[in-house]
Ligand binder design. Structure first.
Ligand SMILES: NC(=O)N[C@@H](CC(=O)O)C(=O)O
Ligand SMILES: [Zn+2]
Ligand SMILES: [Zn+2]
Length: 354
């Protein structure tokens, strides 16, 4: 499809970090301007563990959404070895809790309360299977002897596959999949498993943060892998396959925390994610698959209604200017630089008669 204009259902973001406090206040408008809904990650400090905590967090998010923006934060709980299955079931039944997030302890930013012994969370996983609530996994092992580039593939073999065999009815989303191993596993894993793919993993490989000097703004977890893995992700995202959908994993950190001898993992794309996606789907002759990736496959897996609003993408003849960074408290947050100019922009399609 070659076009300078097209219309799709309004996108959703199935993996988002909004943080709290002043950071939340600064970033929420970037998501609410672009997305109808987002799955909100619970890795605050301390994490969002109970339904009551998620309800309070959702209120704080909603109080920061600018007037006139329509945006629904879909809440998740952080799975710990102390999670109470009854609380999960009640949260699910009330409609507030859409999923639980599993972080292997120490795997990523703010994951210290994560799971060490998977036996201890089996009762929760069984209850989730019963109520058909998805488990979202940060799919990396943390064993010191496993190379960081192998941690996703080893997670599948040592943790994910055994869990799915123990609890076969459990529905799982492999978050921010980064390898062809992950793509293959999801593709061949039956109806109960899907994956989110980030915008940045479709664009960068491991050279981005290692060649020509360390580039902290391209450092995230799971780390971007070799080019062949990026190409596998591109093929999955642009295929239209219902198992793959957008989760930006947009994860703001102040520059001071990233540009450091021990810099934080996380890439911030909420501002220009959809513009980047239109660009790369066009590059791959797959603009007609963009709507499946951003607006249809996600709600279908979560068994939620599709958005009825539409957005119109138009291709401008001159590059669009995005802020390179924005101010939060006493520091800046850097916005993802895809390394190419962006021409696609989008706006809400006004409902008829308005
Ligand atoms: N993706 C990241 O690199 N960072 C995320 C955590 C996560 O999703 O693993 C964050 O919270 O900063
Ligand atoms: Zn993660
Ligand atoms: Zn994340």
């Amino acid at each position: 499809m070659s076009a300078t204009e097209f219309i799709i259902r309004r996108p959703d973001d199935w993996h988002l970090h909004l943080r709290d406090g002043q950071m939340l206040a600064a970033v929420v408008e970037h998501s609410s301007a672009n997305f109808a809904r987002a799955i909100i990650m619970p890795n605050l400090v301390p994490p969002v563990v109970t339904t009551d905590e998620a309800a309070a967090y959702q209120k704080r998010i909603k109080s920061n959404i600018p007037k006139g923006h329509q945006f629904e934060p879909l809440m998740t709980l952080y799975l710990t070895e102390a999670t109470n299955p009854d609380d999960v079931e009640e949260g699910g039944k009330s409609g507030l809790i859409k999923a639980l997030k599993l972080y292997p302890a120490g795997a990523t930013t703010n994951s210290d309360s994560g799971v060490k012994n998977f036996e201890n969370v089996l009762p929760v996983l069984e209850r989730m299977a019963k109520i058909q609530m998805p488990l979202l996994v940060h799919g990396e092992v943390t064993d010191a002897d496993v190379d960081i580039f192998d941690r996703e593939a080893v997670f599948i073999e040592r943790v994910l596959d055994p869990i799915r065999k123990r609890v076969p009815e459990l529905r799982v989303v492999m978050e921010h999949v980064t390898t062809s191993d992950g793509v293959d596993y999801v593709q061949n894993g039956g109806d109960g498993i899907a994956a989110t793919i980030t915008t940045h993993h479709l664009i960068i490989n491991r050279n981005a943060y290692l060649v020509g000097g360390i580039k902290p703004h391209y450092y995230c977890l799971p780390v971007a892998k070799r080019e062949k893995h990026r190409l596998a992700l591109r093929a999955a995202a642009t295929s239209g396959n219902a198992k793959f959908f957008l989760g930006t994993d947009s994860a703001p950190h102040p520059n001071g925390a990233k540009i450091s001898a021990c810099g934080c993992a996380g890439i911030y794309t909420s501002i220009n994610t959809l513009n980047c996606l239109a660009h790369i789907f066009e590059d791959d002759n797959a603009l007609n698959k963009l709507e499946a990736f951003t607006s249809i496959n996600g709600p279908a897996f979560y068994r939620l209604p599709l958005n009825e609003q539409r957005v119109r993408f138009t291709k401008s003849s001159t590059p669009i200017n995005f802020p390179k960074e924005f101010r939060v408290q006493n520091d800046n947050v850097t916005v993802f630089d895809p390394g190419f100019e962006l021409y696609w922009q989008h706006e809400a399609v006004k409902a008829e008669g308005v």
